[in-house]
Design a protein around this ligand. Structure first.
Ligand code: HEM
Ligand code: HEM
Length: 191
C-alpha cells in the first residue's frame, strides 16, 4: 500500500481527453510539515537579520519573537525527521545527477534547520539571556551563562544562517527551473 498521494492537474494538452494528468505527490504529512517549516523560516530568518538594525527599545522584542519562532522550527524539524523515516516520498524524477543534487540540497537543509535553532538557543543561554518562549514559558537549558563559548556559538549561528540562505536560493532556483523553464510537475509534488 502506498502512502503517497496523487492529484490531478490540468496539463498543457490541447485535446480534452488529454487534459488531466496524474501527479504523484509527497504524503500529506510531508507537505504540511514542508509549508509550516517554510513559513516559520521565512519569518524567522529576516527577524534575526534585522535585529542588528533595530532601536534599543524594540530590539528585545525582536530577539524574543525571533527566538520563539526559531525554537518552534527545532520541534517541527524533529517531527519532520521522524516523518521522513516513515513516510514514503514520491518516486524521484529526472537524471541521476539531478536527483543527487536535489537529495544533497534537501539533506543539507534538514541539517542546517536543526543546527540553526540549537546554536541560537545555546548562544542566547551562553550570553546569559535564557529563552522565555513568547514571553510566557521559560525554557530549560542544559547550558548556563558561559561567556567563553558564547561568541563561538553566535558565530556558528550566523555562519549557518548564510549557508541556509544559499541552500534556499539553490532550492528556489531549482523550483523555478522546473516550473518556469522545464514546465514539469515538480511544484505540484509538494502542493
Ligand atoms: C531556523 C531557525 C533560525 C533561523 C533561520 C535564524 C536566523 C538568524 C539570522 C539570519 C540571524 C542574523 C545573523 C547575522 O546577522 O549574521 C540570527 C541571529 C540571532 N539568532 Fe537566530 N535563527 C534561528 C533560530 C534561533 C533561535 C532558536 C534562537 C534562540 C533561542 C536564536 C537566537 C539568535 C540570536 C541571539 C541572534 C543574534 C546574533 C547572536 O548573538 O547570535 N535564533 N538568527
Ligand atoms: C517559498 C517557496 C517554496 C517553494 C515553492 C518550495 C517548493 C518545493 C518543492 C516543489 C519541493 C519538492 C521537490 C522534489 O519533489 O524534489 C520541495 C521540497 C523541499 N523543500 Fe521547499 N519550497 C519552498 C520553500 C522552502 C523552504 C523555506 C525550505 C527550508 C528552508 C524548503 C525546504 C524543502 C525541503 C527540505 C524539501 C524536501 C522535502 C522533504 O524531504 O521534506 N522549502 N520544496
Amino acid at each position: 500500500m502506498s502512502n503517497t498521494s496523487e492529484t490531478n492537474i490540468l496539463s498543457k494538452a490541447t485535446r480534452p481527453s488529454e487534459a488531466v494528468i496524474r501527479v504523484e505527490r509527497y504524503p500529506a504529512t510531508s507537505r504540511i510539515l514542508h509549508w509550516v517549516v517554510a513559513l516559520l523560516v521565512l519569518a524567522t530568518w529576516p527577524l534575526g537579520f534585522f535585529i542588528q538594525f533595530t532601536k534599543k527599545e524594540v530590539s528585545l522584542d525582536f530577539y524574543m519573537v525571533h527566538e520563539s519562532f526559531g525554537f518552534l522550527v527545532l520541534w517541527f524539524m524533529l517531527l519532520r525527521v521522524g516523518n521522513k523515516l516513515i513516510a514514503r516520498p514520491p518516486h524521484p524524477e529526472g537524471p541521476a545527477i539531478q536527483r543527487f543534487a536535489a537529495a544533497a540540497v534537501h539533506g543539507l537543509i534538514y541539517v542546517f534547520l536543526i543546527v540553526m535553532p540549537i546554536s541560537g538557543f545555546l548562544a542566547t543561554n551562553a550570553h546569559g539571556f535564557p529563552l522565555v518562549w513568547f514571553g510566557l514559558v521559560p525554557v530549560w537549558s542544559p547550558l548556563d551563562k558561559a561567556p567563553d563559548i558564547a561568541g563561538t556559538l553566535s558565530a556558528v549561528h550566523a555562519w549557518s544562517a548564510w549557508i541556509l540562505l544559499m541552500l534556499f536560493a539553490l532550492h528556489i532556483g531549482a523550483v523555478l527551473l522546473h516550473h518556469v523553464i522545464k514546465r514539469d510537475n515538480t511544484l505540484y509534488r509538494i502542493l
